[in-house]
Every structure is written in C-alpha cells, then in structure tokens.
Design a protein around this ligand. Structure first.
Ligand SMILES: [Ca+2]
Ligand SMILES: [Ca+2]
Ligand SMILES: [Ca+2]
Length: 520
C-alpha cells in the first residue's frame, strides 16, 4: 500500500477552555486518538483498520470506516461545555510511492474518480485538500480532511490600516524582500533626486527607515540573489523633474547594489546603461542568473528600442549582455516557469503613436528567448503570472487606450488569460474593468486566492479604489474589498510572523500605506 496514515490529537500546549460561569476547565493532556479507536492490545484491532510498525513509529492503516471506530467527543473533552475553538488533529501521511493511477490497489492518489460499487473500500488521498476518503460503494466518505500540520484555514475577514508611512517623495515602486539575519525589507523607488530612495526595515512598529540610497527619478527596484549573495537593482530615469525640463541623459542608468554582510548595508556594485527603464526582472535558468531590463524610451520620442537580457558572468563577476529584444515603450517583464519551460513576457505600452500594441510572450529555446505568443494590450503596464492548483494564469494591467491625437480612455478592461495546455497558448479567461491599472498583485491566504489591482486614474481623479478580488472558481475573480488609494502606483503582499499584509505606494503623494489582512 502506498499511504500510511498516522494520527494523533493534541490540544494546544497549556490549553484551557471555559465553560459556563467562567468555570475553568482542567487543562487537557495530549491524547492519543488511536487509543480510543483501537484496542490497547494492538494484536486485536477493530474491523477496517490495521496497525503497522515502521522505524519505531506506530501507524494505522484504514481499510474502510467502521461504526466501531466512532466515539462521543465527550470522552476526549471532559468537563467541557463548549467545543474548544482551537483543537488540532495532527495527521502524518507518508506516501511511499506516488502511484499515478491505481486501478487494482486499495488506494489512489490524485484526481477524484467516481466512487462506485467497483471501488467499495478503496481509499483515495487528495493531496490538494490533504484529505483521505473511502468509497462506500456510492460516495466518498471523509476519513480525514485538511488537518495536516501545514494546513492553513485562514480566511480573509477584513482589511485594517496598519501604518501610514510618510516618504521623502512620491513613489513609483515598492520591492519587498528578505535579507538573511536582518529581516524583511522594502526598497522604495522615490521620485526626488534630492532625497534619493529609501530602504525600510520591517519592525513590530511597522516599516522604519534603514538606508538611504542616492537615486535620480527612480522608477523600479528589484531584489535578487546570485548564490547566497543578495543584490538590489534600481533604474534611474533622470526624469524626476517635469517634462518641460530637459532630460539629463547622464542620469539615465541603472545601478546594481550588493548587500554587504560586514557593513550591514547595500553598497554600489555595477552600473548599466538603460533608457528610462521601467522595470527589472531577475531569474535563473539552468543555474545561471539573468536580469532583464524594460527600456521604456530613448530620448523623448523613441519608444521602439532594445530591451536587454543580462547574464551573470562567473569569470568577470558582473552582468554582461546576453540577448537584446525589440520592445515598444516596455513597462514590465515577468518571468515564469511552466513545467520544464521558461517564459518571459513583456508589457509593451506605447510606440509613439498608439498604446494598442502587441505584448509578447517569449519562451526559452536553445539558450535564447524566442516569440511564443503575442497578445493585444492597451498601454500594458504590468504582467502577473499566478497558479491556482495546476491552472496557469497571466493577467495584464492595461493603462489606457490612446491613438494618434484622440482622447485617452482610462476606464478599460484588463484581462486574465489562462494557459490552454493542449492548445499551448494563453486564452482569454476574464475581463475586469480597471482605471488606468498600473499593477496586479496575486496572493493566497489559506486556501483562498486573491488579486488586487492598482487603479491609478480615471481621467479626472487620482482618488480611486483599488479593488481586491477573490477567486471563486467558475465565476473567476469576484470583487470583495474596495480600498481607497490616491495615485496608486504599486501593491505588494508580504507576511511576517504568520500575519499577512499589503502595502501600496503613491506616485502622486509622499505616502505609502500598510494594511493588515485580518483573518478568522
Ligand atoms: Ca516585473
Ligand atoms: Ca505585479
Ligand atoms: Ca506589485
């Protein structure tokens, strides 16, 4: 047999319950549920179960459920008027061999098959739900479900404002990352050259300023690692003043910083020529580290230019050009893997005439990225890839529709695409109305999946709701929370000490906000 299930129950350490009249219930001792289900003499077990001994651990194999296994809860929870809120059942399921399809065995692992008379007594382990079921001849009866030690039953209740962070200037991008031995950090791409950009450290009082880094119209930060060494790369656009002022080409470059374990701060490492770079992406393919830069425009008008893939050179210990790809007003790169395939998708925003352009998904073949699929977008500003179970999605943030001298439309659809595995292409899954969307952020809480969109402008105002959508299967993503923002430029999800947070930055005001995701 392929699965051995090992069950113990244990109330939380020092657990105390309360009954009526605040009568304190006696602290429960850890219990061995098996002793309630099975005979003390393990040579005589109840029908439908078999005890196995392996490497010093005792386990039980359930062959089918039996009425003799059930017992009243009061036997476990003595003197307890209310069922305790926190009561864990710890189950260890050891899969010895992953059986792709069991036809003649007693257990199957994976997708559900109809339970029929033929399968009576057969066990089915669903790895998604961490559930063990037995077929009674017509339906699957739950033996154990979702109580694996790593199972997470959190559900989003509501959103709380946790911190209002006053920043030195407006912010185009937030990058949240972890530095070993230091903690959770956030690098913010601030507009102003005078104050540069800030790196914050997460503390129990929220984000606190950790390091200031000199930047010139910073647009984007990206954290990455080469081996165990941590790096940050920032793009300086040099366009922090306004459009009427001449652009200073000498400040249009990107800088890579390396984390110094000795100095406990980021120090300058390498400078790269970029052109109003809107985004940096970092990824590994076959144990090599690559960086991709989205060059937005050269000078004031030239948008159809090369974006560059850099590769880490072990001999020169620096990044070198690996491949160039023609892009139009490139705004974002997103790297993702599906099975053995590596993809890179670019958000093409503007070619000088129109925002209605093809954005391109590339696939890695023979050491280079080659075109996989093109998708029509409208001032695409962000691509986000996410997975729900085995399904693969890509969502694009469409900024606005603009052609020639016509007016811009900001209230337009942004679209979620799903990878059709048999057709080997992304197909439209859901359209969502957005208001000059500049970012999508996907995250999960427990077994729920969410998308939050940064709505930045509706043609009249920057005061808009960013909307949090929850995955509802066949219905797709359904709006559940409306979060007021001002000139929203980016959303990032992060968690710390088991709690979950969202941070948003503003491109129109010197403030960022941290929200706590209250769960139940
Ligand atoms: Ca990106
Ligand atoms: Ca995003
Ligand atoms: Ca984001």
């Amino acid at each position: 047999h392929n699965v051995e299930a090992d069950i113990h129950t244990a109330p939380p350490l020092g657990f105390q319950g309360h009954g009526d009249n605040n009568r304190r219930m006696e602290t429960l001792l850890p219990l061995d549920l098996l002793s309630f289900v099975l005979e003390r003499d393990t040579s005589r077990v109840v029908p439908g179960a078999r005890v196995k001994q392996s490497a010093g651990a005792r386990g039980v194999q359930f062959l089918s459920p039996d009425a003799s296994m059930s017992f009243p809860a009061s036997q476990l929870l003595v003197n307890c008027d209310l069922f305790p809120k926190e009561f864990s059942i710890v189950i260890t399921v050891k899969v010895n061999r992953f059986a792709p399809k069991v036809t003649a065995g007693r257990l199957s692992v994976g997708v559900e098959r109809p339970c029929s008379e033929l399968l009576r007594g057969q066990l089915w382990f669903n790895p998604l739900k961490k559930g063990l079921y037995v077929c009674d001849g017509s339906v699957w009866i739950t033996v154990l479900e979702g109580e694996h030690p790593t199972a997470n039953h959190k559900r989003l209740d509501y959103v709380l404002e946790q911190q209002v962070l006053t920043t030195s200037s407006e912010t185009h991008d937030v990058e949240v990352f972890q530095i070993q031995g230091i903690g959770l950090m956030a690098a913010m791409a601030h507009r102003s050259s005078a104050s540069g950009s800030a790196v914050y450290l997460w503390t129990n009082l929220g984000f606190r300023l950790y390091q200031n880094i000199s930047t010139h119209g910073a647009l984007s930060w990206k954290h990455f690692q080469v081996g165990k060494k941590a790096y940050l790369v920032v793009s300086n656009s040099g366009t922090e003043t306004n459009k009427s002022v001449d652009k200073q080409p000498e400040s249009d470059f990107s800088v890579i910083y390396k984390w110094s374990n000795r100095r406990k701060r980021f120090v300058q490492f390498q400078t790269l020529q970029t052109y109003c770079a809107r985004d940096w992406e970092a990824f590994n393919i076959n144990e090599q580290t690559y960086l991709a830069v989205a060059n937005h425009r050269m000078g004031n008008n030239n948008h159809t230019i090369n974006s560059v893939i850099y590769k880490w050179s072990r001999s020169t210990k620096s990044f070198e050009v690996h491949q160039t790809l023609i892009t139009s007003g490139a705004y974002d790169w997103e790297f993702f893997k599906v099975g053995p395939y590596h993809f890179l998708v670019v958000a093409n925003a503007f070619d000088g005439m129109t925002t209605s352009l093809d954005s391109v998904i590339y696939v890695w073949i023979d050491g280079k990225f080659q075109v996989f699929q093109t998708i029509k977008t409208f001032c695409a500003t962000d691509w986000e890839m996410f997975q729900i179970g085995s399904r693969v999605f890509l969502v694009v943030a469409n900024g606005h529709r603009f052609q020639g001298n016509g007016p811009s439309q900001y209230t337009i659809n942004s679209t979620i695409y799903e990878l059709d595995m048999s057709g080997r292409m992304f197909v439209r899954f859901q359209d969502i109305v957005t208001y000059s969307a500049v970012d999508w952020e996907f995250f999960s809480l427990g077994e729920e999946y969410f998308l939050v969109v940064a709505n930045s402008y509706n043609g009249e105002s920057y005061s808009l709701n960013s909307i949090l959508y929850r995955w509802q299967g066949y219905e797709g993503f359904v709006p559940v929370h409306w979060l007021p923002t001002f000139g929203c430029s980016d959303w990032e999800f992060f968690s710390s000490n088991g709690e979950s947070f969202l941070i948003y930055s503003s491109a129109k005001a010197p403030l960022s906000k941290v929200f706590k995701l209250k769960t139940y």
